[in-house]
Design a protein around this ligand. Structure first.
Ligand code: PBG
Length: 324
């Protein structure tokens, strides 16, 4: 005789809903978006179907749409032409620059949106690296100075959350101090605490035209084989004043998300990166996977692993599904 029958808790949709442990909400998402120069532009990224680079005018229209769907947080990344890039990422803290202009226009039109930024040199660097390059090496402490200027310029433009994605040592504390000294004590920092040197960033680098001109990012981004190092990064970021800790990528690193959630009390975010998005889109376009179902399962697994916040290119599609 079978006493325990786990299937009883799966026998109807109503009971399955009662016992469901993890749920997704639009509140969990930050939608990454791309801005470029020009006007009237909506240019699809080839390796990311349904994701676009917008000029500021069309970006504002898109944010209106996204906001009407219930999404309250976005993260903006810029695409700059090669001509605007240099060794020192000078354009990143030029007060007239496209990115800062976009931030202040967004904040002006959508004050209720939580606006997250990206702090790293790669969109503006002629070397395509996140830090300053000298003789083939990425210099840590010299990079901090540039990141500090970038973060401060973004705070001035109206950023709510600064997102250092560069993986230099000490940058959270360095940026926190500059923000506080300048009176931006209420500007948050979401640290890309645990960011791996991953193959899954490929489509994003297409979107930004930001692939490294030489070498790889392995001297600053983490080795995908390691998880203990994640705790070291997390401890430092907590001590340096981070408000959120992020794991990136998400789907191949669910154990890392769980480790971070088990060890830290700050909210854990996970970045469901471009390559994870591209995989599902490509398979769905081929008829090999049900795109919506695969998306929901991927997002749910990231939340189940311990991420409270998910940065995802699926955010808008998720919100549309939820609204119907
Ligand atoms: C670089 C940066 C990257 C992403 C966000 N910021 C790529 C990289 O480190 O080369 C990747 C995001 C994605 O793949 O969706 N500072």
């Amino acid at each position: 005789m079978l006493i325990s029958r786990p299937r009883r808790n799966r026998k109807s949709a109503a009971i399955r809903d009662l016992v469901q442990e993890t749920t997704l909400s639009v509140n969990d998402f930050i939608f990454p978006m791309f801005v470029m120069e020009g006007s009237g532009i909506k240019s699809e990224i080839k390796s990311m179907p349904n994701i676009y680079r917008f000029s500021i005018d069309t970006l504002l229209e898109e944010i209106k749409e996204v906001s009407d769907l219930g999404i309250k947080s976005i993260c903006l990344f810029p695409n700059y032409p090669e001509a605007k890039k240099d060794k020192y990422a000078t354009e990143s803290h030029n007060s007239e620059t496209l990115y800062l202009k976009a931030l202040s226009e967004i904040k002006d039109k959508f004050p209720h949106i939580a606006l997250m930024t990206d702090v790293a040199m790669d969109p503006y660097s002629s070397d395509g690296h996140d830090g300053l390059v000298e003789n083939g090496e990425i210099l840590n402490d010299e990079t901090l100075d540039i990141l500090g200027k970038m973060a401060l310029a973004q705070a001035r433009a109206g950023a709510d959350i600064i997102g250092p994605s560069d993986m230099m040592d000490g940058r959270i504390g360095y940026i926190r101090e500059i923000l506080d000294d300048e009176g931006f004590t209420n500007v948050s920092i979401m640290s890309y605490s645990v960011k791996y040197a991953s193959a899954f960033y490929g489509p994003f680098r297409d979107a930004l035209d930001s692939a490294p001109k030489f070498g790889d990012k392995k001297t600053y981004q983490m080795n995908p084989a390691n998880v203990r190092e994640a705790l070291i990064e997390g401890q430092l970021d907590v001590a340096e004043g981070a408000d959120f800790l992020m794991v990136k990528p998400a789907f191949s690193y669910l154990d890392v998300i769980k480790t971070m959630a088990d060890n830290f009390d700050l909210p854990i975010a996970a970045y469901n990166v471009s390559g994870e998005y591209a995989m599902i889109k490509a398979a769905a376009q081929n008829g090999w996977l049900d795109g919506d179902k695969a998306m929901l399962e991927m997002l749910l697994s990231i939340k189940r692993a311990g991420a409270k916040i998910i940065l995802s290119y699926f955010a808008k599609e998720f919100a549309i599904l939820k609204n119907h």
